[in-house]
Design a protein around this ligand. Structure first.
Ligand SMILES: [Zn+2]
Length: 325
């Protein structure tokens, strides 16, 4: 496999990133461009330019064996098209992404595409926190909660590629209604949006807290501030985090009972909270699974950091390249 690399393309809400990645997970060259959400034609022009520029960076003596794409939404992996993507990038639905990237990079090679959380899981499995494992659950903890499942080495796609919407596991059947139609979804309790909302609601009720200074400018309050205040012993912040962590632990216990994973990998902005999150979460997950699972399932933070999207797409591309041979 010497002198072969793949192209990983990460289509995000603010940037499209692309990289040339070798078999050891080293990014030999990388490029990024603002992801143009003004329309299909403009988006394609940005993508085209990005890939042309990246190709010029190809190391001497190397060739690209495959292209992998990670993108938000529900992806039809069979034909590399976005099936459902609500929001500003809806114009990508149904577009022939494989043709776009082949012509942009100027090469005819296998192309594979999948949802961003699913490719992130493949990257973490190949080069990151889940190296060598075959049964993994990845959760992305940000504004909402996303996820992906690897079972016996295969990404669980489900019958229509919808599998992995782990933020919509209900932890309270009488809980608040979610836009998905379910009620009490875990992301209504454990997500940046939920934790910030809980803190602001408590401040509006007049609860005493070191966070009270945010009441004047509620929009400046972040989930991280709530974790930091909890770490310093603020009682309000601690009770909010305790409840949110319990909701997440309950959802993860459900996943553990359904899927029996070797480990959980947590990514996204809230996973940066360190022991304030991981210590109580590990403890409660163990308590909730001790009877049937009967062991401590490791819970780790993602290891690939900022490059997770590009490396994940590259891992998908390596899978496609190796299947070809
Ligand atoms: Zn939901």
């Amino acid at each position: 496999m010497q002198n072969v690399c793949v192209v990983g393309v990460d289509i995000g809400g603010t940037e499209i990133k692309a990289g040339l990645v070798d078999g050891n997970g080293r990014i030999r060259a990388r490029r990024a461009v603002h992801s143009n959400s003004t329309g299909r034609r403009e988006f394609r022009r940005s993508l085209d330019q990005l890939l042309k520029d990246l190709r010029k960076e190809m190391p001497e003596g190397y060739r690209a064996a495959a292209i992998g794409i990670g993108c938000k939404g529900i992806i039809n992996t069979g034909n590399c098209r976005v099936r459902i993507l609500p929001g500003p990038f809806r114009f990508l639905e149904g577009q022939p992404m494989a043709e776009w990237v082949r012509s942009g990079f100027g090469i005819t090679v296998p192309v594979a595409m999948n949802n961003d959380a699913k490719v992130a899981l493949l990257g973490e499995q190949r080069w990151g926190a889940a190296r060598g494992k075959s049964n993994i659950i990845l959760l992305t903890l940000g504004t909402g909660v996303g996820g992906a499942i690897l079972s016996r080495g295969e990404i669980v796609q489900g019958s229509m590629n919808v599998a992995g919407h782990l933020g919509h596991i209900s932890v309270d059947f009488l809980g608040p209604e979610c836009y998905c139609g379910n009620s009490g979804c875990v992301e209504a309790f454990f997500s940046a949006r939920a934790i910030e909302g809980d803190a602001l609601a408590a401040l509006r009720r007049g609860c005493d807290s070191t966070l009270a200074s945010f009441a004047a400018d509620p929009r400046s309050l972040t989930c991280r501030d709530v974790f930091t205040a909890a770490g310093r012993g603020d009682p309000l912040a601690r009770s909010i985090i305790r409840r949110a962590v319990s909701a997440l632990a309950a959802a993860m216990a459900g996943m553990a009972h359904a899927l029996d994973p070797e480990l959980f990998v947590l990514g996204g902005q809230i996973a940066e909270s360190g022991d304030a999150l991981f210590a109580p979460l590990r403890r409660e997950l163990f308590q909730r699974t001790i009877g049937i699972v009967g062991r401590r399932i490791p819970v780790r933070k993602t290891a690939l950091g900022e490059s997770m999207g590009v490396l994940g797409a590259a891992a998908l591309a390596w899978n496609a390249a190796n299947t070809q041979q």
